[in-house]
Design a protein around this ligand. Sequence first.
Ligand SMILES: Nc1ncnc2c1ncn2[C@@H]1O[C@H](COP(=O)(O)OP(=O)(O)OP(=O)(O)O)[C@@H](O)[C@H]1O
Ligand SMILES: C[C@H](N)[C@H](N)CCCCCC(=O)O
Ligand SMILES: [Mg+2]
Length: 257
Amino acid sequence: MCVTDSVVPNPSSSSSSNHPAPLKLRQVFFITGTDTEVGKTVVSCVLLARAKRLGWSAFGVKPITAGCATDTAGKLVSEDAENMHRYSSVDIDPMLRAPIRLPDPISPHLAAAAAGQVLRADRVVGQVRAALSTRADLVIVEGAGGWRVPINARETLADIAKQLQKPVILVIRIRLGCLNHALLTAEAIQHDGLSLAGWVVTILDTDQDADYVSAQIQSLAERLRAPCLGILPFQETLDIEALADLIRLPGEEIAVG
Ligand SMILES: Nc1ncnc2c1ncn2[C@@H]1O[C@H](COP(=O)(O)OP(=O)(O)OP(=O)(O)O)[C@@H](O)[C@H]1O
Ligand SMILES: C[C@H](N)[C@H](N)CCCCCC(=O)O
Ligand SMILES: [Mg+2]
């Protein structure tokens, strides 16, 4: 059995060419992952590309970036935010799409301390809300690392998500150990009072046994109480538009008659 067929509805059958455009609702999703480097930014870009294809206006926000690049003028640049911007149809100010930019590629609480700053969830949320005042059908807010990554001595990325009160999309990089990480994260999201709008699988490690990968995805589908929105394969050369064929947005199936 092909897990891809059984778990994920074919996006092209639910939404595109010969169906009316889906109902446009303003939707904001918080993107978290089972870890850092699991594909959150790529998934965010794919969701934005998918939205654009459906005719939805959309943009992405990266509230905290730890590990910024430096541009020629010496300014810190969030590559995650700039990548999302590339697939956005709504242009928002760079300061709004990446309000907190830290140089060190480490946990935000430590990166902030190294930069002589103290982050506060309520202030970060204020900055995200400023971005959310821009109109769009879809806004993607990408976290940093996983759900309980510290932002200061007391708070974590989850406090930002909790204050935002937006549904969460969980990105799961398939590898040995991801079942535990995914189930714990889903449990924590629920414990924090937020809903899991869906989950996306990324297959970034090419040396895995295909049958075991399928069994892991099936195991996730049997345990996570949310829809699988897509299974994204490894691409030698990243092609976001091609990946947008393999994903669907929560609510995409709400077609207007
Ligand atoms: N489908 C894919 N095929 C090939 N490479 C991919 C794919 N998805 C992601 N990658 C690569 O995997 C790496 C991690 O992806 P990404 O930057 O999206 O992770 P992340 O979860 O956003 O990390 P962070 O926690 O730093 O924000 C990147 O180099 C990215 O280009
Ligand atoms: C630097 C990295 N790419 C992310 N921006 C931050 C990841 C923090 C992970 C912290 C941890 O869980 O140990
Ligand atoms: Mg990222």
